[in-house]
Design a protein. Structure first.
Length: 495
């Protein structure tokens, strides 16, 4: 029997997930476990690296058990992960020297301000495609090396390893034999030159990071070593979660795009083999690098509060009991009756990048009900994504013909219809919305011969539902204008 199964490990911000896929890209079994979030100070968010590893390892074993499979049934293992989250551990013992600093953690804002005043921001953007912002790993790694006693000297002596979550999992899965990452994860660190495809010595000097501690960068679809468990299966695919979702949505043609509606929203458009520098405050990033070492690039827009605004309706306002209840509640009114909700709870991401913006609800009257607010909350997710898409069309010069969607909130039909209305292009939801894990499985399957090529993978992508735009473009333009007005009132609030 040929080995036809692929084990995808999806290490997210709030939970670790594992899914076993068969060669038809169908999920055979899955398991998921949440882990503790640490908030040691305001604006700080940490994870225990041992929790990350323990939960991920446990769900992998659980999923394999549920599927009644042994390691020898696996053609390969794929890893996909929350990006930018930063870890440092001892090379000799594998012991972390600090908790993982999570992508949402803002502790390095003052350090970024200092770097800005030294005039480094433009060069950093030119080399990395990113912004000088606490979001990215380089600033967090600098913080750890500055704050853990003796860390920088130990790193210079080659005694410490830096890694994003993928590297930490690879290290543990291979029993400390492999210290590696892939170009998509490397391209989120502020230390990797996305044009040259290598760690950048000048950036390393600016961020005070010794080269000795960096992982080796291998192609996203290729050999990352053998697991000590799972029958010695090969880790054959690695990519950051948003990049894996783009791959899982089979966005192999230049100009195709996906939007993931999870906690935040992440819109990525595949832009081909040349990076496009954004003029509209988006990020340029490496989408993936497959066999033959051809790098594909993407433009990315990130919105910090997507589905999380619905969580707030549920847990903060106690307006609903479950996220899905937001849909009938919002549908009980024909429109928001002029109410706009700007969910800038933690500032605004792309394209505004305003950390001082705060949430706002405007247009309230005595007639406003919970239903209007719920509808405004759902619409805010679509408005933010529409702004990203406008910026993306302007940057890439490619007018998007359709948008592929996934993530928890993509199950909300009202939201998807409103999204299509605002964009004026069809919004397409595939049958399999676990596209992040699927993308990791595809990368591993491509390297191990389960799939012959991208064409074979594309044939597996099946539509669940297409939402056709039903609003006139005049009305959509007018609504976007009102949204911008509302956003302008939320900006700078916490200055
Ligand atoms: N039917 C729904 N309508 C609106 N939002 C939803 C719905 N179902 C889930 N969500 C939102 O989607 C998010 C969870 O999606 P998921 O893809 O699991 O996110 P993540 O991977 O970021 O944890 C939550 O913020 C939740 O509020
Ligand atoms: O873990 P998620 O799904 O919230 O994704 C996190 C992103 O990769 C952060 O850049």
């Amino acid at each position: 029997m040929p080995k036809r199964y692929l084990l995808a490990l999806d290490q997210g911000t709030t939970s670790s997930r594992a899914i076993v896929f068969n060669a038809d890209g169908e999920s055979v079994a899955s398991a998921q476990r949440e882990f503790t979030q640490f908030f040691p100070e305001s604006g700080w968010i940490e994870h225990d690296p041992n929790d990350i590893w323990a939960t991920q390892n446990a769900v992998a074993a659980e999923a394999m058990g549920k599927a009644s499979l042994r390691g020898r049934d696996l053609a390969g293992v794929g890893i996909t992960n929350q990006r930018e989250t930063t870890l440092v551990w001892e090379r000799k013992t594998g012991r972390p020297i600090h908790r993982a600093i999570v992508w949402q953690d803002r502790r390095t804002s003052k350090y970024c301000d200092r770097m800005h005043s030294e005039g480094k921001a433009n060069d950093i953007t030119q080399k990395t495609g990113l912004r000088l912002d606490p979001y990215f790993s380089g600033t967090k790694l600098h913080w750890i090396l500055d704050h853990v006693d003796g860390a920088r000297k130990a790193a210079e002596r080659g005694e410490l390893c830096f890694g994003t979550v993928d590297s930490w999992l690879i290290w543990n899965l291979t029993g400390g034999a492999v210290h590696a990452t892939d170009p998509s994860n490397a391209s989120r660190t502020l230390l990797y030159n996305i044009h040259e495809g290598q760690w950048d010595e000048e950036l390393l000097e600016w961020f005070g990071v010794p080269h000795e501690m960096l992982p080796e960068v291998r192609t996203s679809s290729g050999d990352f070593g053998e697991c000590t468990d799972f029958g010695g299966a090969t880790i054959a695919g690695v990519a950051g979660d948003q990049h894996a979702a783009l791959f899982g949505q089979t966005c192999f043609k230049k100009g195709t795009a996906k939007n993931t509606y999870g906690t935040g929203c992440f819109l990525l458009q595949q832009t081909g083999e040349k990076p496009i520098a954004s003029k509209n405050h988006l990020l340029t990033t490496i989408a993936w690098q497959t066999k033959g070492r051809r790098r594909k690039y993407a433009l990315e827009g990130s919105v910090f509060m997507g589905g999380a605004v619905i969580q707030w309706l549920r847990d903060g306002l106690r307006m609903i009991h479950t996220a899905s209840e937001s849909e009938p509640l919002a549908a009980s009114v024909p429109d928001t009756d002029g109410v706009m909700l700007v969910p800038a709870f933690t500032g605004l991401g792309a394209p505004h990048w305003d950390p001082t913006a705060r949430g706002a609800i405007v247009g309230l009257t005595r007639g406003t009900t919970a239903a209007h607010i719920a509808r405004a909350a759902l619409e805010s997710i679509a408005f933010q994504s529409a702004e990203l898409l406008e910026a993306m069309n302007a940057d890439s010069g490619i007018a998007l013909k359709e948008l592929r969607v996934d993530g928890g909130a993509s199950r909300n039909d009202l939201l998807m219809q409103f999204q299509a209305d605002l964009l004026g292009v069809p919004v397409i939801r595939p049958q399999n919305t676990e596209t992040t894990a699927l993308g990791a499985a595809y990368l591993a399957g491509l390297a191990t011969g389960v799939f012959a090529d991208e064409k074979a993978i594309s044939e597996q992508w099946k539509i669940d539902r297409t939402f056709e735009p039903a609003m006139s473009s005049d009305e959509a333009t007018e609504k976007m204008g009102v949204w911008r007005d509302a956003v302008s009132r939320a900006k700078g609030w916490a200055k």
